[in-house]
Design a protein around this ligand. Structure first.
Ligand code: LLP
Length: 472
């Protein structure tokens, strides 16, 4: 069956893939401040981040590398935390101990959704009461670890899990705070693989068939569980708040029904994450302030309508915090013009990474912005396609990029807004080691995730670690 491909970048699924990139920019050397990290600049022609030239960064750390602007990240986290709303950063966007520590410093909570993400949070010493644990198939072992760690909240996603968690909490002698993940039936205008609150998918309890109300009743029936609130997450890379409005309306409707039926007033409504960022010029996301003020207003109005006390509001931004803070720098290996049917030419520029460090273009037809980073050039720009080094023709990093016509092997390319869902979704396809993440601030660069080596990969292979097996 053919699947519909929507660009995850643009606002609506009907936009043509990469359409924004087909408009030739007036000056391809310019860094659009809406897309690049706050400290990104061009000094003597060379792109700099955190006060360091990318040429120096690559000389020290190699390529490809994710460079993360720590000041940009921290200021974004601070902007989200500056409101009377609980902010849980969604660790799936990107997580390592350094990032967890910065977020803890800035007063945020953390959303983890696997034992692995929980392990990173624990290794960072993240305050357990500010952790929430997500996932549609948490194992008993993961639930035991989460409960033993003292996570603040578990967002339950199935009747199986409610029973499992109740038993685990009872065994540990604790009363675990729980939110119900509600499927609100909103179709967010984004790629179908990252839209999550429509009915026909795996997450949550549906409102439509009454499962969400029954889940709340199941939680209330367990002594070892405390029903704290309701949760909804409608999707990702969303530019309009109308979906959140409908979600809040429906979730608060359920909260009112639970009050009427069971006399419980819930403490919290969590509206999830999903707020979009600018990947290409013209993308115009709201600021955290605009978003949060609007969400607070929506919840207040909905609560007033049904006569509910306004609960604590929580959100879970991932991409909107870390996405714009990092760039990927690649080295160009080959520049190959290819003549298309009709005689036009497309220039394929191969870089030293690809779909193993950014799967989003292949998976969602996502659009990115890319510049020549090691020098300025006034040579007439050409329309290029930036591709990786993997054995697959869909291995595309940037579908359409205008770059100077004198682009050559050895040049460095910087791709913007790669902080979210690039390193965290990286793979070892073709046995390519995953790139490091290097934080840059005030002229100093620090490795926060080291580069994987071929030896790291070989260590998983018994033929390498045990010379007695599998040798020809
Ligand atoms: N909360 C929940 C329950 C989620 O499932 C997610 C994302 C978030 C929060 C954070 O969403 P954000 O603010 O980062 O959009 N790999 C896809 C995105 C998948 C998102 C999955 N859940 C991508 O690269 O676009």
């Amino acid at each position: 069956m053919a699947r519909t491909v929507h660009p995850a970048g643009p606002r609506h699924a009907d936009d043509a893939p990469g359409a924004a990139s087909l408009f030739r920019p007036r000056d391809v050397n310019v860094l659009d401040p809406a897309i690049w990290p706050v400290s990104a600049d061009r000094v003597d022609g060379v792109v700099t981040l955190g006060g360091v030239a990318v040429t120096d960064l690559v000389a020290e750390h190699g390529s490809p590398t994710f460079f993360l602007d720590e000041d940009d990240l921290r200021s974004r986290a601070r902007d989200w935390a500056a409101h009377d709303v609980d902010v849980y950063y969604a660790g799936k966007a990107f997580l390592c101990t350094a990032l967890a520590r910065w977020l803890a410093d800035e007063g945020l909570g953390l959303d983890v959704c696997t034992g692995g993400e929980l392990a990173v949070a624990r290794a960072a010493g993240f305050p357990a009461e500010r952790l929430e644990f997500h996932g549609n198939n948490k194992s008993t072992a993961e639930l035991r670890r989460a409960v033993a760690a003292g996570v603040g909240q578990v967002i339950v996603d199935s009747f199986d899990e409610i029973d499992r968690l109740a038993a685990v909490a009872a065994e540990a002698g604790v009363r675990q705070r729980v939110l119900i993940r509600v499927t609100v039936g909103v179709e967010a205008h984004t790629h179908e693989f990252i839209a999550t609150a429509h009915e026909d998918q795996k997450f949550g309890f549906s409102l439509r068939d009454g499962a969400a109300a029954r889940a709340a009743e199941a939680v209330l029936a367990h002594e070892s569980l405390e029903l704290v609130g309701l949760h909804s997450h409608i999707g990702s890379q969303i530019f309009e708040t109308s979906g959140f409005e409908i979600a809040a309306h429906r979730v608060i409707g359920l909260a009112a029904a639970l009050r009427d039926r069971h006399g419980v007033e819930l403490d919290e409504i969590n509206l999830g994450g999903g707020l979009g960022i600018a990947y290409v010029s013209g993308d115009d996301p709201e600021t955290p302030k605009q978003t949060l003020e609007r969400l607070i207003g929506i919840v207040e109005v909905e609560c007033a309508t049904v006569g509910l006390r306004v609960p604590r509001i929580a959100v879970e931004p991932g991409r909107a915090i870390v996405g714009p803070s990092a760039i990927t720098v690649y080295e160009v290996g080959t520049v190959k013009p290819v003549t298309l049917d009709g005689g036009t030419e497309r220039v394929y520029v191969s870089v030293d990474g690809g779909m193993s460090d950014n799967i989003r273009t292949a998976l969602y037809d996502a659009a990115y912005t890319c510049v020549l980073a090691n020098r300025r050039s006034e040579v007439e720009p050409i329309l290029c396609r930036i591709v990786g080094k993997h054995c697959e023709s869909g291995d595309i990093v940037v579908r359409d990029a205008w770059l100077p016509g004198d682009l050559r092997p050895g040049d460095l390319l910087a791709v913007a807004a790669t902080g979210a869902y690039c390193r965290s979704m990286a793979s070892n396809y073709n046995h390519v080691p995953r790139p490091p993440v290097v934080a840059v601030r005030g002229g100093v660069s620090t490795v926060i995730v080291r580069r994987e080596t071929e030896e790291d990969l070989l260590r998983l292979d018994p033929g390498f670690t045990d010379p007695g097996v599998h040798r020809v």
